[in-house]
Structure formats: structure tokens, C-alpha cells
Design a binder for this molecule. Structure first.
Ligand code: NAD
Length: 732
């Protein structure tokens, strides 16, 4: 065996050390799954072995679970075969882990898990199939079944063993949301039996095997009762009725994984354990084969991981270690940027027009650090050291020695040009100048620069400390070296970079804008705002288009419209909602959520309500929505964004489907169940997508007209992922 080592001590306890060669972390590869069977056979048949302890040989953790690279790849489960034979083969492949773990659980000898680090997904499921679990006392250790987060279902007994250990209701958030548990929580929930010092886990597990070792799982005992009751007990039935409603409310039926998890638990907890595991496998396979699971695994796991390793970085440029950064503008964005830099150990000079404004910017970091210290997440010394890295000032002389600059002053060309000149006067030849502009083309801003090859867009999202994406924008003259250096910087502050070419609104703001605009179009057509926003949320977007517009600020939408009008001249096409927006912003001062007045009213207490005056400006002619209308609104909201993403490909604004999908979900919350706008188009099929867009264009206008690229791809039978030649590599 290459993945497991077995050493039997003088008391007959076999220590099984899980250690996949050549990898930093244990994962359940096909070869591991095969060898688990051999491990079980050895424990069972070797008379010298009285019981066993399973632990990991890695310092990085116990086991990170299934290898999603293998699972998500074309050769993965459910990847091949059709007809009855194909289905049988798929079931056997899907059932392999359940079979192996069940064999371990019923081998007739006591087996304990000594969990010395993180145990995720299948990694936790191995431990749940052991009769006893000891975990190292380290709050950083995570125990979780995160499958639902990538559209999957825990398929190695998790949906059956966890509810049988902690009750259906308690297990729900861990199964449905992939919530993780720390050792202390797991002990309280009776998911593990002991929490001991890290160097004692193996010893404690061995002691249990030798002294108490019980080789029968609780659910294999005659008197077993499901904690909290089964589906037909008074408590249990409520859980399922309520749970179903809550699930519907939170997922709008977009996520088959969650629904299938509920079904597996509901059906599985009513039958004997072996049958339960077969039920789980059926739902696992069903989930695995959905386009949602395929798209989510690819985008939210594989692509995210690859971009997080800098897959878009030009080769040949030496690694650039950014140690000092000057942030120009200590407003909302600058303050957040200085904080994330300091957290990554980067010395940050935070410049504003007055010392007071600069200090205010630093106070944002002070607030966050104080909170972390008070919650015990950071020591006071560490907090001080982080804050000491931020120097608030008005003095540009302090820019000297910076490896990079992030400009985050007002969104105004003249102001930006002025600070660019001042900062560049202090910069070394090798340093990079990045602008955090949200709308102004980089090539234009670079005109103020004396070193345009080192001028680039580094576009953060708000709130900076929470949003994981950074959109890097190449100006016409930006060098590959500046790009490589910017990617190194983004990775150092632990964000995910995507790289796009210069265009109005770049990639993210441009596509997101279409979602909001489509909502306004619908409102101008007379569809009731409540219908638009409710359906908007039901598409899987974080909020409806109108409430999203209120959140972003109506004056910003208005200003962007005005700027676009100015820039496009004759080509600008006024939309029917434009005069209404102007009236609301300019005459009525309705700026959105920030002043409590937008499309909605935001009373001091209570929930927001549609502003009654809105109907006078845009009369409602459709106050009821039937199924067909709902479906059409849903399609319009999603397809409008997807067709814009396709235009970005056609224009070369974005070139990598992974970046387009990851950027959409992380950047503006594009419905995650789709795997991103590009995966949505690929999933629907180019031909069908083009046909629907043609119909929508006929009815609603050319904004839906599919670009020539899509027609060509439809004719050739291509997908974005095939045409743009990106093959997701297996997880390392
Ligand atoms: P903000 O108004 O909160 O902050 C701007 C700061 O720049 C203010 O503190 C101001 O005093 C300072 N400033 C103005 N002129 C200056 C000068 N000459 N020298 C030094 N400091 C100066 O704005 P913000 O929301 O932080 O946005 C900053 C930039 O980031 C803009 O370009 C904006 O488009 C972009 N951006 C904003 C968001 C967002 O969600 N707010 C997201 C991405 C990018």
C-alpha cells in the first residue's frame, strides 16, 4: 500500500497512518479508496490485531476529503456509460466509499480516529465511520462537510451518520450550509468523544481501543434511537415541514444539492443503516450529475483554486515581493485597502488631503483590529504590530520606497491626474501604479502618467475586507511585467485576481450594470417593482435589481448614465427610465439606501417598503405575475448579464472563461448555482441560448442580440470552455 502504513504495537493495536505520497494534504483519490478496502481486510483478518487507530501522517491535517479534481473531471463519477449497465457501474463507483467505510465500521474490531488536523468532507466521513473519535485541542481545526457549498452532497455516509449522532435539526446547518465545527463544538454536539492535547491524540485513541473498545456503532445497536426523533415523531416531523419551507425560502429551488440532502436524510433515517447508505449514494449521484454541481465544482473549487495560485500570471517575470504600498485617498476604499495590506504584513502609507481624513481612514483598521482582539481572534501585541504598519499622512514624500501605489481618490479624472503626478515623482522605476477607479478607462487615466507601462487598474470591491475578488485592468500600454507584479500583490493580500482589458465598466461593473438596467427597463414597462425584485432574488442573485440599485446609490447610476451620454455622443441611446432616475436624484434627492430614500423607503425601524410615489412616476400596469411572466423575468435578468459577458469575450475584454465565471460570482454575486454566466451559456447550450436571445431581442430590443461570436460557436457546436481552450487541472 502506498497511502497507508500499518504498525501493530505490543498490545495488538494497529496504528494506521494515512499519508498520500507526494501531496501536501491527504485526499481521497481512487488509489486511496481502493487501499481502504485492503486496510479493513488487514484489520479484520489479522488475528494479532485487536483494534485500530487511524491517524494522518501530514502536519497539514487529517484529510481534506474527496479529490474534486478527479470527481469533477471527465473521468469522474457519473462521467461515462449509459443504459442499465452504465447506471450500475455509476452506482458501484459512487457507492465505493460508503462500502469501504461501512466495512470498516462493521469489521468486528474497535476502530478509533485520532484527528490531528482538519477533517473535511470524506475526511470527516472516515472519522464518523470509526467507533470513537479523538480530536486535537486546537481551535483552528475545522471539522466540516462542505459539499453543499460546491453543489454536492456528502456521499460517504455523512448525511446518515451526522443526524444519527446529533439529531436531524442540529445536523441541518452542517449538512445544508457546510458549516464547520471546531473541536470544542464537536465535543459538545457529541460528534467527537474526546478533545486532548495535540501530542496525545494517538495515545488517547489507543487507550480507548485497549480499555473500552466497542466495535459496534450506535446505529447498529438494537436500542438505537435517532436523537430528537425521526421524521414521524412530533419533533422530527416539524423539522422536515419547517425545514422544507426554510430551504425553499433560502434557495428558491435553485440548488438541487440542498433538496437532495434533505431527501436523503428524510428517507435514510427511516430505514436500517445499510439501506440508508444506498439511499444516500442514489441522491449523491443524482446531485453529482446536475449541471449545477458540475458548474459549481468547476468555478467555486477548481477555477478558484487555480486563480488563487496566479494562473493568469505572465511567466518569466521574477516574483515581486511587495513590502511597502502607498494608498492615495483614505476614504471608504482606501481605508479598507490599507487594512487588508497591513493584515498581510505590508507597510502602508495612507494619504489624504488632510491629516484628519488620513487618520479617519486608519481608524477603520483600528476598529476592526480592536474587534478581533476583543473576540480573542488576535493578541493585543499582534494587533498593535498590524496597526503600526499603517502611516496616515498628507505628505507625498513618504511614498518614496513604495513597491506599488493604489490610487483611491475621488472618481474624477483631474483629481486622479494630480495625485498620479505627485506620487510618481517619488516612485522608483520598478514600482507599479494601480488605480482603483470603478468606471474611468485605464488608458485614459494613464495619460497623466510619465510611466504608462507601469500604470494598471487594480479594482477592489466594497467592503474590501470581505470581498475576495480584485479585477486587474490592462491599459493599452500596460506591460506584462506590471501585470505580473500586480498579481503578486493581489495574491499577497489573499485575494483572487482576474485580468481584463480596458473597456467602459471593465468586466464586472459592465455586466453587473446590465442586471440593474434590466430591472429598470421592466419597471418602465409597468411591471410592479415587488415582482421584479422578488423574481430577481429567486434567480439566485443576492438581491433584486431595484434594491441592489438602491444599495449602490441612485446618484451613482445617474452619474454613470450622464458620463456615458457624454462619452458616447450620438451613439448614446436614451432609455425610458432615464428621465425618472434624473427626477428622483436631481429634483427629489432620492439617492438610495444611503439617505433612506430610493425606489424604497427605509424607515428608522421596520422593513423597507416600496416608495409609494414611484407608481406616479412609473405607473404599474402589471401587478400580477403568472408563471410565464415570472419565467420570462428570470430569463431576462440572467441572460442579459450572460450575453454581456459574451460580448466581453468577443471584444477581448476578458479571455479566460474561468476568470469570467469566478469574477461574476465573487465580484457581483452572479447566481452561484449556474457556475457563472459562461457556465450558464455552456450549460444551456450555445444553440438554445442564441435562439432565446434572438426571441428576446425581437421583443425587447438589441440589448439581447447575441454577438457574432455566439452564433459562430453555436454553429460549430462549441462551448466557451472548449473554444477558449482552458482545461481545468486536477486539484494539486
Ligand atoms: P471616498 O469618497 O470614500 O474616498 C475618497 C477619498 O479620497 C476621500 O477621503 C478624499 O478626501 C480623498 N481625496 C480626494 N482628493 C484627494 C487628493 N487630491 N489627495 C488625497 N486624497 C484625496 O470614495 P471611495 O468610495 O473610497 O472611492 C475611491 C475610489 O475607488 C473611486 O475611484 C471609486 O470609483 C473607486 N471604487 C469605489 C468602490 C465603492 O464601492 N465605493 C468600489 C470600487 C472602486
Amino acid at each position: 500500500m502506498e497511502n497507508f502504513k500499518i504498525e501493530v504495537d505490543s498490545d495488538g493495536v494497529a496504528l494506521v497512518t494515512f499519508d498520500v505520497p507526494g501531496r501536501t494534504m491527504n485526499t481521497l483519490t481512487a488509489s486511496v479508496i481502493k487501499e481502504i478496502g485492503e486496510v479493513v481486510e488487514t484489520i479484520k483478518s489479522d488475528a494479532a490485531i485487536k483494534g485500530a487507530v487511524i491517524t494522518s501522517g501530514k502536519t497539514t491535517g487529517f484529510c481534506a476529503g474527496a479529490d474534486l479534481g478527479e470527481l469533477g473531471g471527465s473521468g469522474g463519477i457519473g462521467g461515462g456509460g449509459s443504459g442499465e449497465e452504465g447506471l450500475k457501474a455509476a452506482f458501484e463507483a459512487g457507492f465505493a466509499l460508503n462500502k469501504a467505510f461501512r466495512a470498516l465500521e462493521t469489521c468486528g474490531k474497535p476502530v478509533a480516529a485520532a484527528i490531528n488536523g482538519l477533517a473535511m468532507g470524506g475526511g470527516l466521513e472516515i472519522a464518523l465511520a470509526c467507533h470513537y473519535r479523538v480530536v486535537a485541542d486546537n481551535p483552528k481545526i475545522q471539522l466540516a462537510l462542505p459539499e453543499a457549498k460546491v453543489g454536492l452532497l456528502p456521499g460517504a455516509g455523512g448525511t446518515q451518520r451526522l443526524p444519527r449522532l446529533m439529531g436531524v435539526m442540529n445536523a441541518a446547518p452542517y449538512l445544508l450550509e457546510g458549516k464547520s465545527m471546531k473541536p470544542a463544538e464537536a465535543l459538545g454536539a457529541k460528534v467527537v468523544h474526546e478533545v486532548v492535547a495535540a501530542d496525545q491524540v494517538v495515545e488517547a485513541a489507543k487507550t480507548w481501543v485497549k480499555t473500552k473498545g466497542d466495535p459496534v456503532a450506535p446505529w447498529d445497536k438494537k436500542d438505537f434511537k435517532l436523537p430528537g426523533g425521526g421524521p414521524y415523531s412530533p419533533g422530527g416531523s416539524q423539522v422536515f415541514v419547517m425545514g422544507n419551507a426554510m430551504l425553499r425560502k433560502s434557495t428558491y429551488g435553485n440548488y438541487p444539492a440542498q433538496l437532495n440532502i434533505m431527501k436523503a436524510v428524510y428517507e435514510g433515517t427511516q430505514v436500517p443503516f445499510d439501506a440508508a447508505l444506498r439511499i444516500e449514494t442514489r441522491y449523491f449521484l443524482k446531485t453529482m450529475m446536475t449541471p449545477q454541481a458540475k458548474g459549481m465544482i468547476r468555478t467555486l473549487f477548481l477555477s478558484l483554486q487555480e486563480l488563487g495560485k496566479g494562473s493568469g500570471r505572465p511567466a518569466g517575470v521574477p516574483h515581486y515581493d511587495v513590502k511597502k504600498v502607498a494608498v492615495l485617498g483614505a476614504g471608504m476604499m482606501g481605508a479598507g485597502i490599507a487594512y487588508v495590506q497591513a493584515m498581510a504584513g505590508i507597510e502602508s502609507v495612507l494619504i489624504d488631503q488632510t491629516q484628519e481624513a488620513a487618520d479617519k481612514g486608519k481608524s477603520y483598521a483600528e476598529g476592526l483590529v480592536k474587534k478581533a482582539v476583543s473576540r480573542g481572534k488576535m493578541t493585543a501585541e499582534k494587533g498593535e504590530a498590524i496597526l503600526a504598519l499603517i502611516t496616515p499622512t498628507t505628505d507625498y514624500a513618504l511614498v518614496k520606497g513604495s513597491d506599488l501605489v493604489v490610487e483611491a481618490v475621488f472618481e474624477n479624472r483631474e483629481v486622479k491626474a494630480d495625485v498620479t503626478k505627485k506620487a510618481e515623482a517619488q516612485l522608483a522605476e520598478t514600482a507599479v501604479f494601480g488605480s482603483n477607479t470603478s468606471t474611468l478607462p485605464i488608458t485614459g487615466l494613464a495619460k497623466a502618467s510619465v510611466r504608462p507601462a507601469s500604470f494598471i487598474g487594480i479594482h477592489f470591491f466594497s467592503p474590501v475586507d470581505k470581498m475576495g475578488l480584485v479585477e486587474i485592468i490592462m491599459g493599452e500600454q500596460t506591460s506584462q511585467e506590471a501585470l505580473a507584479k500586480s498579481i503578486d500583490y493581489v495574491l499577497k493580500i489573499k485575494k483572487t485576481p482576474i485580468v481584463v482589458n480596458d473597456s467602459r465598466g471593465f468586466y464586472t461593473s459592465r455586466c453587473f450594470g446590465t442586471f440593474v438596467q434590466e430591472g429598470l427597463e421592466m419597471m418602465a414597462e409597468g411591471i410592479a417593482p415587488a415582482i421584479i425584485d422578488n423574481v430577481g432574488r429567486a434567480t439566485g442573485m443576492p438581491r433584486g435589481p431595484l434594491e441592489m440599485n438602491d444599495d449602490v446609490a441612485l446618484d451613482l447610476s445617474y452619474k454613470i448614465g450622464e458620463q456615458t451620454k457624454k462619452d458616447l455622443g450620438d451613439k448614446y441611446e436614451e432609455r425610458p427610465f432615464a428621465p425618472v432616475l434624473e427626477k428622483m436624484v436631481v429634483e427629489m434627492g432620492r439617492l438610495g439606501r444611503k439617505n433612506g430614500k430610493g425606489f424604497y423607503d427605509y424607515p428608522e425601524s421596520g422593513a423597507k417598503r416600496i416608495w409609494p410615489g414611484l407608481a406616479e412616476l412609473m405607473p404599474v400596469t402589471t401587478a400580477d405575475a403568472d408563471k410565464a411572466l415570472i419565467e420570462e423575468i428570470r430569463t431576462r435578468l440572467l441572460y442579459r448579464q450572460a450575453v454581456e459577458a459574451a460580448r466581453c469575450f468577443e471584444e477581448g475584454v476578458i479571455v479566460d472563461p474561468r476568470e469570467a465565471d469566478v469574477g461574476a460570482i465573487l465580484g457581483w454575486g452572479f447566481a452561484p448555482w449556474t457556475g457563472g454566466p459562461v457556465s450558464l451559456i455552456d450549460g444551456v447550450g450555445l444553440k438554445a441560448f442564441v435562439e432565446t436571445c434572438d426571441k428576446l431581442a425581437q421583443k425587447y430590443g438589441k440589448r439581447f442580440a447575441p454577438p457574432a461570436l455566439l452564433r459562430e460557436m453555436a454553429e460549430k457546436g462549441e462551448t466557451f470552455y472548449s473554444r477558449f481552450g482552458v482545461k481545468t487541472k486536477a486539484a494539486a
